[in-house]
Design a binder for this molecule. Structure first.
Ligand SMILES: [Zn+2]
Length: 266
């Protein structure tokens, strides 16, 4: 399994070949291409980062064509680094894109309904897509360090078990581009938050944190198989020319998205 680049015109996405399945559509966006201008120029998909709304909508339009999904049915939430997860229903379609989203304080979306694209966004935070191949259930999770420590990914797996009867051994996961252990610096308080295998002390007393391994291990603890977790290992900060990075661009940065949808069958 590995991630690969998927290019259309001047736009670039990354996808996991683990998710190359005729029953789903998925992708992680980059900042390349797109119509946003200025400091957040490119394919910005965040409505709350000071970008022109028309530009963001046009970017979504381009992405929906490139990845083949119906924008009118997409679902976006208002993410706030929580571990709250929403089971998305038909009544949620279009929220956050065609109309205001009332899905607040929610950082994970799950559904078993076909043709409903789930969208989560990030700029350094960890985007995770999940797919239960046996029961046809999908999820998209925004797992920054706070969400990771709260365990939003394992919580989502548990919810898939409880609500949809998923067996974790049937679930595959893709960890998209996000800040890597090379660039994610944390203060001395890391010692109280991350166990030793996920932190490396620097000479200045600060730590480098590995959220890729952290999220992978938490999902394995939740029952996923190691061989069913694909990690892009693309650090957004190291590759800030191709991806939005909050740590690199500070407050003037756009948002990348992780998108997954069950295709309509029959
Ligand atoms: Zn890096």
């Amino acid at each position: 399994m590995s991630f690969y680049e998927f290019k259309i015109n001047n736009r670039m996405y990354v996808k996991s070949d683990l998710f190359d399945n005729s029953r789903i559509t998925h992708g992680f966006t980059s900042k390349l291409g797109g119509v946003s201008h200025g400091k957040i120029s490119g394919l910005n998909l965040g409505f709350r980062v000071g970008d022109d709304k028309k530009s963001v909508l046009e970017n979504y339009n381009l992405v929906s064509k490139d990845l083949s999904f119906d924008l009118n049915r997409a679902v976006l939430s208002k993410q706030t680094h929580t571990d709250n997860i929403r089971v998305v229903t038909e009544s949620d379609m279009g929220k956050g894109i065609m109309r205001d989203s009332d899905i607040e304080d929610t950082d994970g979306l799950v559904t078993n309904i076909q043709n409903v694209p789930l969208v989560i966004f990030a700029a350094d935070c960890t985007p995770i897509l999940l797919y239960d191949k046996a029961n046809s259930v999908i999820a998209a999770v925004h797992s920054g360090w706070r969400g990771s420590v709260k365990g939003i990914a394992p919580k989502c797996i548990k919810l898939m078990k409880e609500v949809f009867g998923s067996n974790p051994k049937d679930i595959i996961a893709a960890i998209g581009p996000c800040i890597g252990p090379c660039c994610f610096e944390f203060g001395p308080e890391a010692i109280h938050i991350f166990s030793s295998e996920y932190r490396k002390q620097k000479p200045d007393g600060k730590y480098m944190i590995d959220l890729w391994a952290y999220n992978r291990d938490k999902m394995i603890e939740a029952g996923l198989s190691d061989e069913n977790i694909d990690i892009s290992r693309i650090c957004t900060a190291c590759n800030a020319d191709r991806f939005y990075s909050y740590r690199t661009h500070k407050d003037k940065t756009g948002r990348l998205a992780g998108i997954i949808m069950l295709r309509k069958t029959g």
